[in-house]
Design a protein around this ligand. Sequence first.
Ligand code: SAM
Ligand code: SF4
Length: 457
Amino acid sequence: MTKIIDHQKIENLLIENQGVSKGRIRQIIDKAKEKKGLGLKEIATLLEINDKGLLEELFKAAKEIKDDIYGDRVVLFAPLYVSNKCINNCQYCGFKKDNQDLERISLTSEEIAGQVKIIEKMGHKRILVEFGEDPEASSIDKVVKSIETIYNNGDIRRVNVNVAALEVDDFKKLKDSGIGTYQLFQETYHRQTYEKMHPSGPKADYDYHLTAMDRAMKAGIDDIGIGVLFGLYNYKYEVLAMLEHTLYLEENYGVGPHTISVPRWKSASGVKMNDIPSPVSDKEFKKLVAIIRLAVPYTGIILSTRESIELREELLNLGISQMSAGSCTDPGGYKQNNNRRIDAKQFKTADHRTPDQVIKGICNSNYLPSFCTACYRTERTGEEFMDLAKVGDIHKFCQPNALITFQEYLEDYASLETKKAGERVIYEQLNRIKDSKLRKKAQQKIKKVKDGARDIY
Ligand code: SAM
Ligand code: SF4
């Protein structure tokens, strides 16, 4: 099997690409606008950008590419933490085994159903279900049962999963439970740092963790999400390695990751912010998001509530295509008065707005919130999704579906103010559909939703 990460190659690229001329950087930005992606050497060069003017050019290109491929759509979701019991000791995580200050909770099926009801009332249709790693509390059977409980207790239409690396047979069970995306973050691709950050437990095995996506693919899961926890090691190395992983998956399985997540280390119970080995500044963070957008134009980029309101709004312009909203990071955290005496959170979030406020903000920035889950329900996943996306055909499905599902949200959940902002966005976005047949069809479906129809796509 080909090597997934070539450490020496990345180190060399980082050294060789220092001090490249502005002209060369501009050439690469221009090439990226063709939306065919970039090679590792080109990415390494862009990572060296420091100049304010060039940074602006990079940001402008990222916005252009995002607008071309995704239009103004931003897909929304909420995480649902089922268990914070964990046998690993990831140094950055509030759930780590050695953290004695955490209240350990594993939700029962009834409690999961209760959380789903609350998340649904916020207007969400997508859940990212999350677990610590524990042979009991997050056994594959428990994970599968939790997913069934979510699907069977309301109108959640897509469940994505973030659970520890599995064996092929268990991945098959996960696939059969009807998941959307399987997400697993490498945290850091740098082996020595990985070993330092993961001193014990099954996750301590770098190679087993890194090859999880190969096993997922072998089990038939072609919709996967990867990520790095920024703050563990030099962000330039991490971006290059993550993109090398992406190229490896494309070459070996015909399809790369459906999404890339960009979590940044936040403070957590039992974890000090001073512990962060390689902090990433806001400026560097914006740069790396924009570079990912240029490098893999057809891959979704997910941003969580770890980031502040201001930064989230800025990053919308740099290529983000999915956002969580109203998130809680403790099992059972969604409730009216969440005043736990003992902390149970994985980490502290920074954007505490309700989904309604987040959605109003998205509308005021002239983006279109989307609750669409149609692709996965019509089995447009993996290679098929990428083929449609690459010829630009995905627009034909996504734009109308985004409008229809957003209209549903406005009818059923929005505050008056958000409804007003949302109606304006829907009107403007409808008028931007150039194909008159397509526009008319979307208008008819929106009317149906206003008249009471639901879940049409
Ligand atoms: N337990 C599984 C695992 O570790 O693969 C599932 C994922 S865990 C529930 C979700 C992710 O949260 C981790 O992969 C990690 O990147 C991130 N995370 C952990 N501690 C964090 C912190 N202090 N700040 C920001 N993100 C954190
Ligand atoms: Fe456990 Fe995941 Fe947290 Fe590591 S990141 S301690 S595996 S929950």
